[in-house]
Design a protein around this ligand. Structure first.
Ligand code: NAP
Ligand code: COA
Length: 266
């Protein structure tokens, strides 16, 4: 794994802005929230577990940044609305929303129960609806920007992932639809597709052995796993003025994996 280079973005890029990141107690989304906070955004992070989200928020505050953590399930439409109201009360109108709460497990379609399929659709797809629908009234317009966190499964049909394939494809179509509907209001909406990212819960579920992890790395044209920092760098670019004409884009940060057709699951 290569060392992360010096950040290509200047400090205080997001000074005076606010960000709301859903599903950010750990992993990729926590790294994105941390990067936005380091760039100067007053940040709200949300996930289910009160202990995990408060620890994550404390970690961001320890860097000298403004951050509050809210324990909330994204499947609860009204609860997500309350979370946005708390965020606006703490930091003011919202400039950036990142929707990334997700659940995953490997199960062949014929081993997938109704509840199993619905759990992932509800977290990933309905959760993204809830975050976008409840967040929109609180966006500072024009100029606001939203990012939905998708996955390679939205492009290619991974076996054992029917629930995630369907949910993330839906997430990307929400991104495209909102980019069209909200563009005239000055709101940009994009998706990020992380490839196999090291040291994440998602990869530990999809590639539970060192051999499977190594195969995932070899399966990308760049022949390595990505880092959480590399995903966070893309998120910072997309919310910055440098991406002011980018909307409705489904952007992979995946070492070229998306070029290769159906990938490996483990
Ligand atoms: P992770 O650490 O497990 O992150 C998932 C986050 O979502 C956690 O903060 C979790 O916290 C929260 N969450 C789960 N269910 C929730 C719910 N119902 N309501 C609110 N929050 C909920 O996993 P990760 O691997 O970093 O994945 C982060 C994102 O990247 C996901 O959208 C995933 O699909 C995407 N992705 C990951 C990879 C990868 O290589 N890891 C590749 C492609 C895409 P609580 O448990 O506290 O709720
Ligand atoms: N194989 C098949 N079915 C599974 C499964 C597996 N490995 N894991 C869970 N399920 C099924 C359960 O059996 C249940 O269905 P049932 O009622 O018919 O038995 C259904 O999924 C819901 O499970 P439950 O544990 O009640 O859901 P939850 O809402 O508490 O948790 C999950 C959601 C299952 C997605 C859980 O793994 C989770 O919280 N994940 C978040 C972290 C994560 O996945 N990170 C990676 C992000 S890419």
């Amino acid at each position: 794994m290569r060392e992360r280079p010096v950040t290509p973005f200047r400090d205080n890029l997001l000074a005076g802005k606010t960000a709301f990141v859903a599903g950010a107690s750990s992993g990729i989304n926590l790294q994105i929230a941390t990067r936005l906070a380091e760039a100067g955004a007053a940040t709200t992070i949300l996930s289910r577990s009160p202990d995990k989200i408060e620890a994550a928020a404390a970690g961001i505050r320890a860097k000298g940044a403004k951050c509050i953590g809210i324990a909330q399930d994204v499947r609860d439409h009204d609860g997500v609305g309350r979370a946005f109201a708390i965020s606006v009360g703490a930091h003011g109108p919202i400039d950036i929303i990142v929707s990334g709460a997700a659940g995953n497990f490997v199960a062949p379609f014929n081993g997938l129960s109704y509840n199993g399929f619905r759990a992932v659709i509800d977290i990933d797809l309905v959760g993204t609806f809830n975050v976008m629908r409840q967040g929109f009234p609180h966006l500072r317009k024009p100029g606001a920007c939203c990012i939905n966190i998708s996955a390679p499964q939205s492009i290619h049909p991974y076996p054992g992932q029917a629930h995630v394939n369907a949910a993330k494809a839906g997430v990307d179509m929400l991104t495209r639809t909102l980019a069209v509907e909200w563009g005239q209001l000055g709101v940009r909406v994009n998706s990020i597709i992380p490839g196999p990212i090291a040291d994440t819960e998602g990869m530990s579920r999809l590639a539970p052995t060192p051999e499977a992890m190594e195969a995932s790395a070899r399966g990308t044209p760049l022949k390595r796993l990505g880092t959480k920092d590399e995903v966070a760098d893309l998120a910072l670019f997309l919310v910055s003025d440098a991406a002011a004409y980018v909307t409705g884009a489904i952007v992979p940060v995946d070492g070229g994996l998306s070029l290769l057709g159906v990938g490996r699951v483990g």
